[in-house]
Design a protein around this ligand. Structure first.
Ligand code: GLN
Ligand code: ZN
Length: 768
């Protein structure tokens, strides 16, 4: 008999209950007990929804982040929050976000706010975790309370519980040494200290009569140094005389050179992501010891498409024959990365809806596969036929396939991505036309999302405001932004993006080939959720998307107005994308559509066009060996989008990061005339990339940290720019904030930009 299980379930709740509960608690409108009760209620509901499975994950729930939960379980709290007197949950939020709740003030005097833990991306997903902090003195100390409490709850509910923990190597790999160079030179030095805590944890599981523990080691899907591979052997040999069974879970990629290692570790089972590593399933079946379980992640845990169950059964059936009881079936990874329930989607187009599966539907698919394998396909003949019909309908739908788009993709040639002339020649023509001063000033696109904007948007959505009324309200906001910028004395203006709810959704809504869910929320970090649009078909642009707004903004001023677009790579990386064609093909389709918008803006007389690629870096594959291929098609997509314009049109791009060292040559290849990046937080130290690589075009290193309410002083901005000028010729420098100003208030933006403009003027006069 095939066993079914799940690696993890989304915890935010189908209606984002956890988000709202957390935010109420932080505001002091919800008591700690109410919040804890909400957590218990969500766990209970989610276990009930998974009860058809043979094993259900326990310990995957987190009030903020599962890695932070693990840090607390291991007793690895940053020193700055040790000795906190209040409730553990409040201390947990202090690490997560720098402060506890407004209502939890008992200890504000003795242990107030602290620096929040650093947050970074969980492998190649859009989920962010709180980075564990290590020093040479880090000690670990088991706190089993969270796991025992949740196990007890699960037991009371009759759940067939399989606790989920992050393995010791992945935990160490995810963390950062925080005590400067030299002291903790090697995180592996902590392994001997962390192992006893893990061993104690397994003993406790045994006491609680747990049979299987899922131990996640996704780092096995990355390139590991020999020392780390060796450490895997040491660590897992250290678990040899345990009395619970271990399922070693890998996901997000192929194991490749780590496959042998994973198959040899003394555990009781191995989980492989069969979506990313299908070919390794058969290999693992051969290599695993004769009693070991092979858990196959046959359902994609990262997207929202129905699985082709009949096709899956074709390759699963022989495996089931070969392995018998040793075969387990699950989603490829935790379902944290998909929305909860398709059943909530009442407005979604019925045809598109019939192609989709969210978390609960994915678990139904797991069950169906197992039933077909255990009892024969005839036991689920009707379900399999319905699945086949949906898969077939999607494959042949004219809404998915647009021959004109396919033909345009086939016509792409190398020239499409080339500007007329090289940068130097373009720069001269642009300078003559734009007549900008030295150290030109600009902003990144958005201005504050005011109450008026939000109100107009919600009234428009509810029907209280008609199209014309909404447009008038947005025009008023645009006019306000333009007037403010003129008073501030900025050199290249923006329209402020008032009409955009989101920089990806705005374009998705206007492109053919995109659909939108109502409740398709996925946790991004803490209480933050995103609702990625669904790219389901060949992409085309029925009509211009931004020209009217930009042309209106330009009509209000004599200063150059920047056209503002989101680039193809960012739209792709922030969407649920098709699984029936390579990502690169979807990206090229987006590139052709946005290229038309660029050319229309140019035709409308817009002289400066910014194409944001905020998310280019985060799409980098887990394995470095695959970087060049990703960078090839992403850079080419950007070039296709941007480079059809005349020499005189100035192309800008913006990136929300500045870790450029390893990809700077690709960034330069994009050949944008101007690039703006995020550097303010690191005191320009991120410009190190420019020491070894001479970036050929213009750069605006962000000098105003828009993530903070602090107002930068003129002197500070001048200093930052002087530092930048040590690496980049001053005549190629721009002065700008490090990202859009959407999340700030006008009352913060005006003084900050006043100082920024004053700084640029000071720099100009110094240069003379
Ligand atoms: N143009 C966008 C804005 O200003 C860019 C946002 C981003 O880079 N994340 O809001
Ligand atoms: Zn940005």
């Amino acid at each position: 008999m095939v066993t079914t299980h799940n690696l993890g379930f989304p915890r935010i709740g189908a209606q984002r209950e956890l988000k709202f509960g957390l935010e109420k608690y932080w505001k002091g409108e919800f008591s700690r007990d109410e919040l804890k009760a909400l957590g218990a209620e969500l766990r209970a509901r989610h276990w009930a929804e998974q009860q058809a499975l043979d094993l259900v994950p326990v310990g995957d729930f987190a009030f903020y982040d599962q890695v932070l939960d693990m840090s607390f379980t291991l007793g690895n709290l940053p020193e700055r929050v040790q000795g906190f007197h209040g409730d553990k949950l409040d201390n947990y939020f202090r690490v997560a976000r720098g402060r506890t709740a407004a209502g939890a003030q008992e200890h504000a005097g003795c242990c107030g706010g602290v620096a929040a833990g650093e947050m970074t991306k969980w492998f190649d997903t859009n989920y962010h975790y709180i980075v564990p902090e290590f020093t040479a003195d880090t000690k670990f100390n088991l706190d089993f309370s969270r796991l025992s409490e949740q196990l007890r709850e699960a037991r009371a509910q009759g759940v067939k519980a399989k606790p989920v923990i992050i393995g010791p190597l992945t935990y160490l790999w995810l963390g950062k040494a925080k005590d400067g160079v030299g002291k903790l030179a090697d995180k592996l030095a902590l392994l001997p200290r962390i192992m006893p805590v893990y061993r104690a944890m397994l003993d406790y599981f045994k006491v609680m009569e747990v049979e299987w523990v899922q131990i996640d080691e996704p780092v096995l899907a990355t390139e590991l140094d020999p020392a780390w591979r060796e450490a895997f052997v040491t660590a897992y040999e250290g678990f040899e005389d345990r009395s619970v069974k271990l399922l070693l879970a890998t996901y997000f990629g192929q194991l490749q050179e780590n496959l042998d290692l994973a198959c040899k570790l003394p555990v009781d089972g191995l989980h492989i992501d069969a979506i990313n590593a299908r070919a390794e399933v058969a290999l693992a079946a051969q290599k695993l010891p004769a009693q070991s379980v092979l858990s196959v992640g046959a359902i994609n845990g990262r997207n929202i498409w129905k699985t082709d169950l009949n096709a899956a059964l074709e390759w699963l059936a022989p495996l089931a024959q070969q392995l018998g009881d040793r075969l387990w079936i699950a989603p490829s990874c935790s379902l944290l990365h998909v929305p909860v329930d398709l059943a909530s989607e009442e407005k979604l187009d019925a045809e598109i809806r019939s192609w989709l599966a969210f978390a609960l539907q994915k678990l139904d698919e797991v069950k169906l596969l197992a039933t077909a394998l255990n009892e024969g396909r005839s036991a689920v003949a009707a379900e399999l036929a319905a699945n086949a019909a949906a898969i077939d309908a999607r494959r042949h739908s004219p809404r998915v396939n647009n021959p004109a788009v396919k033909a345009a993709i086939a016509r792409i040639d190398a020239n499409l991505g080339n500007r007329q002339h090289a940068y130097a020649e373009r720069a001269a023509k642009q300078a003559a036309l734009l007549a900008l001063p030295a150290f030109p000033t600009t902003t990144i696109g958005s201005f504050p999302q005011t109450g008026e904007i939000r109100q107009a948007r919600s009234q428009y959505k509810s029907g209280a405001l008609d199209g014309a009324g909404y447009r008038a309200a947005m025009r008023k906001e645009i006019e306000r932004s333009v007037r403010e910028q003129e008073v501030l004395g900025l050199d290249v203006l923006v329209h402020g993006e008032a009409e955009r709810n989101d920089m990806v959704e705005y374009f998705g809504e206007q492109l053919d080939g995109y659909a939108f869910s109502q409740f398709g929320w996925v946790q991004s970090y803490g209480s933050r959720c995103v609702k990625p649009p669904i790219l389901f078909g060949d992409i085309s642009r029925p009509k211009a998307m931004t020209v009217e707004w930009i042309a209106y903004a330009q009509s209000l001023t004599n200063k150059p107005m920047k056209g503002m677009l989101t680039g193809p790579v960012t739209i792709l990386n922030w969407s649920f994308v098709r699984d029936d064609q390579p990502r690169s093909v979807s990206c090229y389709q987006l590139a052709l559509a946005i290229r038309e918008e660029v050319l229309d803006l140019e035709k409308a007389g817009v002289r400066v066009i910014q194409i944001d690629e905020a998310a280019l870096r985060e799409g980098l594959p887990l394995r470095r060996a695959q970087w060049p291929e990703y960078l090839r098609w992403t850079v080419e997509s950007f070039r296709i989008t941007a480079n059809g314009v005349a020499d005189e049109t100035q192309i800008h791009t913006h990136m929300c990061y500045s870790e450029f060292n390893d990809i700077i040559a690709s960034i330069a290849d994009m050949d944008a005339d101007v690039i703006t990046i995020e550097t303010s937080r690191s005191d320009m130290e991120l410009l190190d990339a420019f020491d070894n690589f001479r970036y050929p075009n213009e750069i605006g290193p962000g000098v105003y940290d828009i993530h903070s309410p602090n107002i930068p002083t003129q002197e500070h901005i001048v200093q930052l720019m002087q530092k930048a000028a040590e690496r980049i010729p001053a005549q190629r420098l721009w002065v700008n904030p490090d990202c859009g100003l959407k999340t700030r208030q006008w009352a913060e933006v005006i003084p900050a930009l006043t100082n920024m403009v004053a700084a640029a003027r000071a720099l100009r006069s110094q240069a003379h």
